[in-house]
Design a protein around this ligand. Sequence first.
Ligand SMILES: [Zn+2]
Length: 163
Amino acid sequence: MASGERAFLRLVPSTTEELRPSQWFCGHCGAVTDETPAPAARICGDCGLGMLLEARADVVPQAGEAFLIVDASLSIQALSAEAEHLLAITEHDVIQHPVTELLTPADAEARGAEAFATTIMHAARGDDAPQRLFVRPANVFGVRMPLRVGLCGPPRAALLVLE
Ligand SMILES: [Zn+2]
């Protein structure tokens, strides 16, 4: 943990930011827009339900990918329509619940659980480099789902995309 914290604190504002294009996407239906929305128009024009969020283009969910938005305390802030379908739950039932109620690391050993939590916390606090790990739905055993984790916002949160 200590070494992980140090690595995180060493991150400085990147001067190569323009080399990593970002995109806005809807936190509910996942629709991507190439335009930067005006602050007053942060509700998705496609579904009219989700808030528009910004993330690095290599983290933004692709069509059909289920995703969750999780804050630095590991609480679920939003869930895509695809994720509701995939995990057979509704956003209303899991909002503000710990993400570990829905997803757990596919690797059972303790390090897996620690890495899962640490990866989400670092992303939610501003580490924008996408990370990859394997998870499974908390109530399903024997599956491994690739997950990529990155920064999104505002407000800052971790974007978890099930690939
Ligand atoms: Zn939408």
